[in-house]
Ligand binder design. Structure first.
Ligand code: ACO
Length: 281
């Protein structure tokens, strides 16, 4: 994709490769610890747009070049420069960053955050937006907002209470102390922490498991898990009936094939793995 007409230095803020069904997307401002500028935010939305419905993309992984995943919002370009343009500048920059995080929360394909290093403040937005998260044990997570004099905005306060308990959230946000990948896993900010040297292999392994599953069922499942968190039991029950019926309108044969391969063909056991979705009758 050429991103025709876009300033090449803006295009360069996000790197990506598609390899064997996995889109490896990377924050690409390593010299600025991948902090998110308005230009990066705009380019990330373009990249998400480009990849979302491509047939050769089954899973999207978001990581960072260099020593950081993302050092949060760019204090110069996101805060100082946009504030100097008045409220219009501030609201415009917020819309661009919140926009791609929202897009990622409801992305068509399964998403994995691969936290390879620093993850601060605004970085919690895309962290929460990804369905799964795997961190290097050596990585560092921080709500550093308090350290420079603001509250954890841009969703970060919401993210921390969604992912971990009240006392951890309060301590993390008020003290401005970092936790490493292991503690982040203990708290529930990520699924697992792995030594950095093995991180990509583990994420590849997880992505390959997802690639083997029914993609319509995966999209329905990830949306269901996000949606039901804020529903009463009765509303969730009703929503899930309708969500499955809606999924059937996109793929009404996959689940029947899944049942057939178990009950009739006896070629797999759903309790132990996925049916072969490549068999079409
Ligand atoms: N905004 C703007 N510039 C940044 C940011 C940022 N969030 N993070 C790093 N940079 C810049 C530095 O100013 C420096 O620029 P320079 O080379 O032109 O001087 C460059 O990136 C490298 O940063 P260093 O601080 O030299 O890198 P180091 O590896 O020593 O430290 C660390 C990394 C700990 C991430 C440090 O850069 C840092 O504290 N960054 C700010 C983290 C933060 O609090 N982010 C904001 C969270 S709040 C929010 O997102 C709303």
């Amino acid at each position: 994709m050429s991103f025709e007409g876009v300033d090449p230095t803006e295009v360069a803020t996000v790197a990506y490769d598609v390899i064997d069904g996995i889109a490896w997307v990377r924050f690409n401002r390593p010299e600025k610890r991948n902090c998110m500028s308005p230009r990066l935010n705009r380019q990330m939305m373009r990249v998400l747009n480009e990849l979302e419905f491509r047939d050769d993309v089954g899973v999207l992984v978001l990581s960072g070049e260099g020593t950081a995943w993302s050092a949060g919002m760019d204090l110069q370009e996101y805060f100082r420069d946009t504030e100097s343009q008045g409220l219009k500048g501030t609201r415009g920059a917020q819309a661009e960053s919140y926009g791609w995080w929202r897009r990622l929360r409801w992305y068509q394909k399964p998403t994995i955050a691969m936290i390879n290093g620093w993850c601060f403040g605004g970085g919690y937005g895309p962290l929460f937006a990804c369905d799964l998260a795997f961190a290097a044990e050596e990585s560092q997570f921080g709500l550093s907002e308090i350290n420079w004099g603001i509250l954890p905005g841009g969703g970060a306060s919401k993210v921390i209470v969604e992912l971990t308990g009240f006392r951890n959230s309060m301590y993390h946000a008020m003290m401005g102390e970092n936790v490493d990948g292991k503690k982040a896993a203990e708290w529930g900010l990520v699924n697992e922490a792995i030594p950095l040297a093995g991180l990509k292999d583990r994420v590849t392994e997880v992505a390959n498991v997802l690639l083997a599953k029914n993609p319509v069922a995966l999209k329905a499942t990830k949306d269901a898990i996000r949606r039901v968190r804020e529903m009463t039991y009765d509303n969730a029950e009703d929503f899930l009936v309708r969500a499955q019926e809606a999924a059937n309108s996109f793929d009404n044969t996959g689940r029947k094939e899944g049942i057939k391969q178990f009950l009739d063909d006896k070629t797999y056991k759903p309790g132990l793995g996925a049916y072969n979705k490549d068999i079409k009758r």
